[in-house]
Design a protein around this ligand. Structure first.
Ligand SMILES: [Zn+2]
Length: 105
């Protein structure tokens, strides 16, 4: 879970989960009220997962050959949605925050 770089207090899962949906990368610390930013390293990982996961799932679908094991396409799409949902719920455990907004590249 992220730790505030100003007051050194660790955020709870719920506090982090709510704050991760901001469009900008600024998050306000629930303890001291100071601005914290999602680190460039975390943002790069998030972009990587968004690109990689559909690619991996599509590759698995191609390898497994859905016609042989008789899985409906709807069930496969549902599984993709579930994987994304699980990732969104796990994301607060991996977010790192900094005092300043770091450029992505
Ligand atoms: Zn703080």
């Amino acid at each position: 879970m992220p730790t505030c770089q100003v007051c050194q207090r660790e955020w709870t899962w719920k506090q982090t989960f709510i704050r991760q949906f901001r469009f900008n990368h600024r998050m306000t610390c629930p303890s001291c009220g100071e601005s914290q930013y999602i680190s460039a390293k975390t943002r790069k990982k998030m972009i990587g997962y968004v690109i990689l996961i559909p690619f991996i799932l599509m590759s698995l679908m191609a390898i497994i050959d859905v016609t042989v094991i008789n899985i409906s396409p709807g069930l496969l799409y549902l599984s993709e949605v579930c994987v994304f949902a699980i990732l969104i719920f796990l994301l607060p455990f991996f977010i790192e925050i900094t005092n300043t907004e770091e450029p992505l590249w």
